[in-house]
Design a protein around this ligand. Structure first.
Ligand SMILES: Cc1ncc(COP(=O)(O)O)c(C=O)c1O
Length: 396
């Protein structure tokens, strides 16, 4: 029997990375060598101190049941509150202002389900991680794009949002450090966004999944550092990129009590919390943050510099990202982003993601991920650059 899937599922395009993964599989099966700069999934292992903590916690049968607190075990929330204080100088009440999450993706989806009714507007950056827009559509809302213009440092122009959209908007998504552009928000911009949210009565959902992957001494800010942010903002954090833990599915949301409560009510009707042994592993991760993070940043910075220098040696006008493990580059003359990423893949074996996969304003760019599955990371970057030099003449 073939039963049609729900209309909401029919309406959305396939998840972009599923298509890329399938194309890659096909080319590998045909014997092609692929230099994979596609999906952003850390290639380095989860640190031993996290694995050891999980091993130990998993021996304790009290971690095997439902986390009945719903919000996360008290020690986990306390560790997060301590981290928020030392990293951002922000006071977060562990009893009321933190929600454990099954990675940040889940919570980004559920915050939309918590607030958006049919006909509501959600302000969504473009280009952006697809979850914000797709979940808005699923709730019957309308995603209103906020273009991220390179001339503005990939920060949306809040003044350009029309009056109608401001009035109808319930949520505004922001994501800094930004996937796919690698941009970091200034504190001035975050302050402007908080003021805007107060004025127009909307909630800012700040996706800070890449907050710790930053370069050249940059320390990306939490939106909660801004005065008055807690009343209008919720921020999503994740262990995925900071500690190479994408498969573990663990993160947290922090923000004003009322917003956290709404998220929690939705989650309690959908999932049953994060495995308590993984929450304990999360505590171990945060307690090693200071020793761990310089090495992680240095590794990606080496890769970033190698890729940026290599592409520049081809005449490519590339700006190094300030954060994230993505490099966002313009496509050469004569191509749109899909044509270019396909040509690049077919002619040189270099796999990137077409910018238009992230929205209309991603057109004209491709994204390179610095997570590289091959054993020789810098060698792969150099080989990819040489393959382009030899096989695909480019003009700018
Ligand atoms: C911008 C952004 N936010 C959130 C996520 C989700 O991360 P996780 O669910 O692993 O915490 C990703 C994953 O790639 C992302 O790119």
């Amino acid at each position: 029997m073939s039963l049609p899937v729900a209309q909401r599922l029919q309406r959305i395009p396939p998840y972009p990375f599923r298509e890329v993964a399938m194309l890659k599989k096909k080319l590998v099966a045909e014997g092609k060598h692929i230099y994979d700069f596609g999906i952003g999934d850390p290639d380095m292992p989860t640190p031993k101190f996290v694995i050891d903590a999980l091993y130990q916690a998993a021996q304790d049968p009290t971690t095997h049941q439902y986390d009945e607190s719903g919000y996360g075990i008290p020690e986990y929330k306390q560790a997060i509150a301590d981290f928020a204080k030392t990293r951002f100088g922000v006071d977060v009440n562990p009893d009321e202002e933190i929600q454990s999450c099954i990675g940040s993706k889940e919570a980004l989806a559920h915050i939309v389900w918590s607030y958006v009714d049919p006909g509501d507007v959600v302000l969504v950056p473009d280009p952006a991680y697809s979850v914000y827009k797709v979940q808005t559509m699923w709730c019957g809302g309308a995603a209103f794009p906020m273009p991220l213009d390179p001339q503005r440092g990939f920060l949306p122009d809040l003044e350009a949002i029309p009056l109608g959209a401001r009035k109808q908007a319930k949520l505004m998504f922001l994501n800094y450090p930004n996937n796919p552009t690698g941009a970091v928000a200034t504190r001035e911009f975050l302050a402007e966004a908080v003021e805007f949210a107060h004025k127009w009565g909307l909630i800012i959902c700040h996706d800070a999944a890449y907050c710790e992957v930053a370069y050249d001494g940059v320390e990306p800010a939490s939106i909660l550092e801004i005065d008055g942010a807690k009343e209008v903002a919720i921020e999503f954090h994740s262990f995925s990129k900071t500690f190479n833990m994408t498969g573990w599915r663990v993160g947290w949301a922090m923000g004003g009590k009322e917003i956290i409560d709404a998220l929690s009510r939705t989650k309690s009707n959908v999932d049953s919390g994060t495995f308590m042994a993984i929450q304990r592993a999360g505590i171990a991760a945060l307690s090693h943050y200071r020793e761990w993070i310089p090495g992680l940043r240095a590794e990606y910075q080496k890769r970033r510099d190698a890729l940026v220098e290599g592409l520049r040696s081809l005449g490519w006008p590339v700006e190094p990202p300030k954060a994230t493990f993505y490099v966002w580059t313009p496509v050469p003359k004569g191509y749109n982003s899909i044509e270019f990423s396909k040509t690049l893949l077919e002619k040189t074996g270099v796999l990137t993601i077409a910018g238009s996969a992230y929205g209309d304003y991603g057109e004209g760019f491709v994204r390179w991920s610095l997570t590289i599955q091959a054993p020789d990371k810098l060698g792969t970057i150099q080989a990819a650059v040489e393959a382009i030099r030899q096989k695909l003449p480019l003009s700018w």
